[in-house]
Design a protein around this ligand. Structure first.
Ligand SMILES: [Zn+2]
Length: 631
């Protein structure tokens, strides 16, 4: 047994490698650079974790997502492997301790964000470590044409000069040909061996349906396929609404989004995993770490953000290899709405500047200060205070986050969560006795229709605005309701936090990154275009469209997508066509062109039927290419 397989068995308790894993591991162990393009679920992390365990020294893993790093570190620790993550938000003095642990504590894995590599002193410390492998996860982040560009990734190539003999392994689950080129060049990979698994998922039928009444279409699909399903929606509000609607139709349904408390998230996820609920209605927060093999249907009810996300989310169907469906429902208004909303919410340089300045004012950060400071942050409150549109502001802050200027945690543990613990009848009685509270209470009930059934994340700024009161008045009413045991509520300090990774430099900070802003906006426009192309292109197999997007040009028609199905003639029509052909041939011999002229049908269908009749020996073809009946 190979050493790699022994390690796999010992720590991961698997008996075999998945396709390509072994080859990638061998390449890395032989000291060469490698580039692995493996779709999600292809077992990317094994490819660097196993070789790192074989060689002495440690593996440096560059990863863009805090959640991903924490997940992997916890996973390694549960296998008794020493691993550590240097994420954003850790203060410099703690960082020194952690790096000391690394150097002297026999650690096998050091995870860090690309932004950390930009600090000279961290790079100096890393140079002293005994590194046996450098893995770059989500390598597409290095490309401005990737869907997650992070400029700090461009600095990773510096590691090559410090560790010229250490193999590099770049990994990604999604890379268009253009992105692939960037990865190899910008990470300075040296003659990397490329490993690529096809993106083809032969058991998934990709369906695009135009539906005015999407809920009705969903009902039909779920009735026909009463197995585990995921419905993806774009916002949190729709999660509850659609799930409630499905329940009212008799489906067992639950929902999931980032604004729920951990307790509710776990509970709902469990319901679905254990199949006590057939359907889970979710935002794209639902995904990481889900391993359910028998998902029959994944339905998108709005346009996905980009093809990469769509492929990944749709790909949660049919992991067990059985036939499954990835359905995208679209309506004509969708694309218009997407284009409008989208263009409106792209931040330009001036807006970015304004948001950055106001963030500094909001947190009272003086010029030249602010580094490593962490603040509680309520996006809604911030936007109301400075009269900024929420989505556009969110995009601007997200951009600053991607550029490494600040780190925004997106946990959005809502500021307050509450639930009514009396019936709606009793609420009405309370209102008749306390008319002063009416506006606020009605605003709550209208905004949060589910507040009777469950603990609901609550936005006091929003309710204040809707009821024309101040936030303080809203909170006073909540206190009163709590005291009278009408509601149950828990409050927390923030719904997100911001950590500033750089000192405040206003113009300089923004002009340094603004050159990327236009590119990013271009990219976002291109992404929307790709999604619309997938939806609207009616003359190509849907599976082919997806594969072409990821650079696989010569795929065959899949035979099961909405295009392929629509193209296939129905058997009833074929029968009647074959009867008509026989009737015509009873009178005279005819060429296929004659037949096509007399029968109003496509040549594809005609040839298909003629071949059937020939095979059944009902007709024969003569030397002059005319058909006759066989007696
Ligand atoms: Zn097809």
């Amino acid at each position: 047994m190979s050493e790699a397989l022994e390690i796999l068995k010992k720590y991961w308790k698997h008996d075999n490698f998945r396709p390509l894993q072994n080859d990638i591991i061998d390449t890395v162990l032989s000291g060469k650079d490698a580039f692995a393009l493996l779709p999600t679920g292809g077992g990317k992390s094994i490819c660097f974790q196993v070789p790192a365990m074989i060689n002495k020294g440690m593996c440096l893993v560059v990863s863009p997502l805090v959640a991903l790093m924490k997940d992997q570190v916890a996973n390694l620790q549960s296998r008794d492997i020493k691993a550590i993550a240097l994420t954003g938000g850790i203060k410099s003095n703690e960082m020194i301790d952690l790096l000391d642990n690394c150097q002297f504590g026999n650690y096998k894995f050091l995870y860090l964000s690309p932004e950390r590599l930009q600090s000279d002193w961290i790079m100096e410390r890393i140079k002293n470590l005994d590194i046996n492998l450098i893995a770059i996860d989500e390598a597409h982040c290095v490309s401005q044409w990737g869907h997650d560009f992070r400029p700090a990734y461009l600095k990773i190539s510096k590691l090559k000069t410090h560790f010229p003999t250490v193999p590099f392994l770049a990994l990604t689950a999604s890379a268009t040909p253009r992105v692939r080129e960037d990865i190899i060049n910008d990470l300075a990979l040296e003659k990397p061996v490329l490993y690529q698994q096809s993106f083809s998922r032969k058991n998934i039928a990709y369906m695009v349906f135009e539906a005015e009444d999407k809920l009705f279409k969903i009902e039909q699909i779920l009735k026909k396929n009463p197995q585990p399903s995921i419905i993806y929606v774009r916002n949190r509000k729709s999660c509850l609404e659609i799930s409630s609607h499905l329940q009212s139709l008799g489906f067992k349904s639950t929902f999931y989004h980032g604004g729920l408390t951990t307790k509710v998230k776990d509970k709902n996820m469990q319901l679905w995993m254990e199949e006590k609920a057939q359907v889970i209605v979710a935002t794209n927060a639902f995904g990481m770490g889900i391993d359910k093999a028998n998902v029959k249907t994944v339905i998108h009810i709005q346009l996905p953000e980009n093809m990469e996300n769509y492929y990944q989310e749709a790909g949660r169907a049919g992991r067990n290899g059985e036939k499954a469906f990835a359905v995208l429902l679209s309506s004509p208004s969708d694309s218009i709405q997407a284009e409008n909303q989208f263009v409106k919410n792209l931040a330009d340089k001036d807006f970015l500047n304004a948001v950055y300045r106001k963030l500094n004012t909001y947190f009272q950060i003086a010029y030249g200060e602010g580094i490593d400071e962490k603040f509680s942050f309520n996006l809604n409150h911030f936007c109301i205070k400075y009269n900024f549109p929420v989505l556009k502001t969110y995009n601007a802050i997200q951009f600053l986050d991607r550029q490494g200027i600040l780190t925004m945690t997106q946990e959005f543990s809502a500021k307050i969560s509450l639930q009514f613990i009396i019936t709606s009848k009793e609420v009405l009685r309370y209102l008749s006795l306390n008319p002063h509270d009416e506006e606020i209470m009605l605003a709550i009930l209208r905004t949060y229709p589910g507040v009777y059934e469950m603990e609901t994340a609550f936005n006091s700024a929003l309710i204040a605005k809707k009821s024309n009161k101040t936030e303080k008045q809203v909170l006073n009413v909540l206190d009163k309701l709590h005291e009278k045991q009408i509601i149950d509520f828990h409050s927390k300090n923030n719904d997100a936090s911001l950590t500033f990774n750089e000192i405040r430099e206003d113009e300089r900070t923004i002009s340094r990154v603004s050159k990327y802003l236009e590119k990013q906006n271009d990219l976002k426009r291109a992404q929307l275009k790709s999604v619309l192309h997938y939806v609207k292109e009616d003359n190509t197999c849907k599976s082919k469209l997806i594969l072409a997007y990821f650079g696989e040009k010569d795929s065959d028609n899949c035979g099961i997508c909405s295009y392929c199905i629509a193209k296939k003639p129905k058997s009833k029509d074929l029968k009647s066509l074959s009867n008509k052909i026989i009737a015509l041939l009873e009178n005279e011999e005819l060429s296929s062109r004659d037949l096509q002229n007399r029968l109003n049908t496509s040549s594809d269908t005609l040839i298909f039927v003629l071949q059937e009749l020939l095979a059944n020996e009902q007709i024969a073809v003569q030397a002059n290419n005319t058909y006759i009946l066989k007696s």
